[in-house]
Each structure stands twice: as structure tokens, then as C-alpha cells.
Design a protein around this ligand. Structure first.
Ligand code: FAD
Length: 354
């Protein structure tokens, strides 16, 4: 039997481990955290990732998730920029991150998970961790944005790039009568959606220098339209991340028997809500290309590059700070939404059996 080492047990790493185990490999996962798990936040899972999860044998994501109503986009005072109901666009399901992680690891049969192991190098084909050396037929680097393995393979690649804003996330234990959606202001955005257990997941972004500790979300969003202040009041812990993505062009995802996967390969800003989805899709693709790893790179890198680029652009537009430019932006989105709505209605009429 062939062997694989997966570095990192985030959503990408565990999904890869599951796919490789199902393909008949003996898999060891190395994770620096003391325990397996995920942070306390929600996550959007798009239909393509639901399909990839099914390919990995993970069924029932929809049962553990809520289909998010595409409620649209508002201004901070609550006026609608765009109502998305009429657009006929695909929508993701919303799920708690920890639950998604668990749905994947529950399917492990004999994957060996070693927590508390920090990989500190990759030398002469071996993964090094505090004096220990790990070798395998296949090495999967799923160690995130600041991947140690990627740095060892491509020392000249200056990967992470600060996007200019921070993200805040929380879960509000409250019932509100609102379909959710996003609200875009000047240099700030807020979005929220209901989770299956009735709680609300919210996220927010704010233009800021990197490395600032301590978020005052109330100062930024407390005066925004209802139910945003209510959601903030009903939130315990607020997670904070400076937002980075990887510089383009991305490095090849395959070098010898080493494969980059998830954020290690293509960290993107969260504006499309697709980073983890893309990691899951990588994981579903990898077992199909074990005989020719270059085909994994050929399939995954162009798709991921496009998402990194589009996500970055949406972030730039979303984080505009000038009143004039935000006015033009909001007007253009309203107009674009109307045109898309007309197209969707025409499609629906065309498809109608009557
Ligand atoms: C605010 C925000 C909101 C987001 N929302 C969404 C969303 O709605 N939908 C979506 O699809 N994506 C979303 N994303 C993106 C998503 O979180 C990431 O793309 C995804 O978590 C990447 O998974 P990963 O397993 O590749 O990397 P990570 O989650 O970064 O996991 C890497 C793992 O490797 C471990 N590790 C790192 N270095 C080492 C080492 N040296 N030795 C051993 N272990 C190591 C880490 O501890 C970690 O467990 C969001 C991101 C942010 C910041």
C-alpha cells in the first residue's frame, strides 16, 4: 500500500486525507494544534463543493446547513441597493465550520492524526518536525497561507499579500426576522446569515493597517441598520483576521511527489466565500490524478487563479472609501441587478413548461 503525509488538518487537509484514504493510501496527518477542530464561525458551501464532498463520501451537508436566502445588498441606513431574490443565482448552504470539519473527519477509517506536531521544514524529500523525520510516497501540503512546505519548495516566492482590511466574525445567539445578506458602506462591509440551529453567523470587514489588536466592531457597525446592532449585542467572542491572499501568479501546485492544496496553494480573500470550498474541490480532484500529479496542477491552478483574482477585485470595490466612488458603485450594482433580473425572468419564461 502507498503512503501519504498530509501537513495541516484544516478543512483542506482533512478533506485530502479522506480522499486519499478512500483511494487506498495509508494516510498520516500532521497538525500543529493540540486538538483537531475549527474556529467558531459559519462558512458558505457552494453547490460545487457540496458535490465534491459527496465524491469524498461526505453526504448530508445540506441537512447540517441552511440554504442561505440571497437576500441582497443594502446601504448602512438599510436602503436596498439590490434585492437578489429575482436574480435566479445559485446560493450556498451555510454551516458551522466545526460541524463541516466533523462531517469530514467522521468518515475517517484508519487515518492516523498526529496533533501537536509542528512541521518546521521540508528537506531532501522529508517532512521535518522538531527533529522527527516523515517520509511518504505522496506529501500533501495543506498547511495554510504561510505554508512551511511551500516556502521550502519555492523560497523565492513572496506569497502572502495584505489586502488592506481586516475581517471580524461572530455567532449571535438571537432570533431575528431578516433574510440576511450584505451591507456595504465606506471602507466597511457587514454580512449575516442564519445557521441551522437558529443562531446567526455574521462577518464584517474594515479597512485597517495589519497587525492591529482589538476590534471595536460596535464603533464601526453599531449605528448600521437593524438587525446589525442586535446581532453585535448578542455575540460573545469576536474572531479577528487580517486578510491576506497569495500573490499572482501562483506557484505550481506540484513539485515531484509534493502537492500544494487549499490555502497553501491559493489563499484568496474571503469575498467570494470560496476558499474552503476550493480546498475541498482540490481534495476531491487529487485522488483522480495520483498516477499523474501534473494533471492535478493543470486542473486546479487555472481555476484557483481566477478565484484569487476575482475575489481580490470584489474586495477592492467592496472596500472603497470615497463617498463619490461608493455612490457610483452602488448605482452600478443596482443597474446591473436590474439587468440580471430581466435576464433571469426571460430564462424562467423560456424554461416554463406552459
Ligand atoms: C473571514 C473569513 C471568512 C471566510 N469565509 C469563507 C466561506 O464562507 N466559505 C469558504 O469556502 N471559505 C471561506 N474562507 C476561507 C477559508 O477559511 C479558507 O480558505 C480555508 O479555511 C482554508 O483551509 P486550509 O485547510 O487550506 O487551510 P487552513 O484552514 O489555514 O488550515 C491549515 C492547517 O494547517 C495547520 N498548520 C499550519 N502550519 C503548520 C505546520 N507548520 N505544521 C503543522 N500544521 C500546520 C494549521 O494549524 C491549520 O490547522 C474564509 C476566510 C476568512 C478569513
Amino acid at each position: 500500500m502507498k503512503t501519504a503525509i498530509v501537513v495541516g488538518a484544516g478543512i483542506g487537509g482533512v478533506a485530502a486525507a479522506l480522499g486519499l484514504e478512500r483511494a487506498g493510501l495509508r494516510v498520516t496527518v500532521l497538525e500543529r494544534a493540540p486538538e483537531l477542530g475549527e474556529v467558531g464561525a459559519g462558512i458558505s458551501v457552494w453547490p460545487s463543493a457540496v458535490k465534491a464532498l459527496e465524491e469524498l463520501g461526505v453526504e448530508g451537508v445540506e441537512k447540517a446547513a441552511v440554504e442561505s436566502a440571497p437576500a441582497g445588498m443594502r446601504r448602512p441606513d438599510g436602503r436596498w441597493v439590490l434585492r437578489a431574490e429575482a436574480l435566479g443565482v445559485e446560493v450556498p448552504v451555510m454551516i458551522h465550520r466545526a460541524r463541516l470539519h466533523e462531517l469530514i473527519t467522521e468518515r475517517f477509517q484508519g487515518v492516523s492524526v498526529r496533533t501537536g506536531v509542528t512541521v518546521d521544514g521540508f528537506v531532501d524529500g522529508a517532512v521535518r518536525a522538531g527533529g522527527e523525520e516523515f517520509r511518504a510516497d505522496l506529501i500533501v501540503a495543506a498547511d495554510g497561507l504561510r505554508s512551511v512546505v511551500r516556502r521550502a519548495l519555492y523560497p523565492a516566492y513572496d506569497g502572502p499579500r495584505y489586502a488592506g482590511y481586516a475581517a471580524y466574525r461572530g455567532i449571535a445567539d438571537i432570533e431575528v426576522d431578516d433574510g440576511g445578506g450584505e451591507t456595504w458602506g465606506r471602507g466597511r462591509r457587514f454580512g449575516f446569515a442564519r445557521l441551522i440551529d437558529g443562531r446567526y453567523y455574521w462577518y464584517a470587514t474594515e479597512n485597517r493597517a495589519p497587525g492591529v489588536v482589538g476590534a471595536d466592531v460596535w464603533a464601526g457597525f453599531g449605528s448600521w441598520h437593524d438587525p446589525i446592532p442586535k446581532l453585535l449585542e448578542a455575540t460573545g467572542e469576536v474572531l479577528q483576521n487580517d486578510i491576506y491572499d497569495l500573490r499572482l501568479p501562483l506557484v505550481p501546485f506540484v513539485q515531484g511527489n509534493v502537492v500544494l492544496l487549499g490555502d497553501a496553494a491559493h489563499a484568496m480573500t474571503p469575498n467570494l466565500g470560496r476558499g474552503a470550498c476550493t480546498a475541498i474541490e482540490d481534495a476531491a480532484a487529487l485522488p483522480k490524478h495520483l498516477k499523474n500529479l501534473k494533471a492535478y496542477d493543470a486542473e486546479r491552478r487555472p481555476a484557483a487563479t481566477k478565484l484569487v483574482r476575482v475575489s481580490r477585485t470584489i474586495g477592492r470595490v467592496g472596500q472603497l472609501d470615497s463617498g463619490l466612488l461608493c455612490g457610483i458603485r452602488d448605482g452600478a450594482i443596482t443597474l446591473g441587478g436590474k439587468l440580471a433580473g430581466v435576464r433571469a425572468r426571460k430564462r424562467a419564461v423560456g424554461q416554463s413548461p406552459v
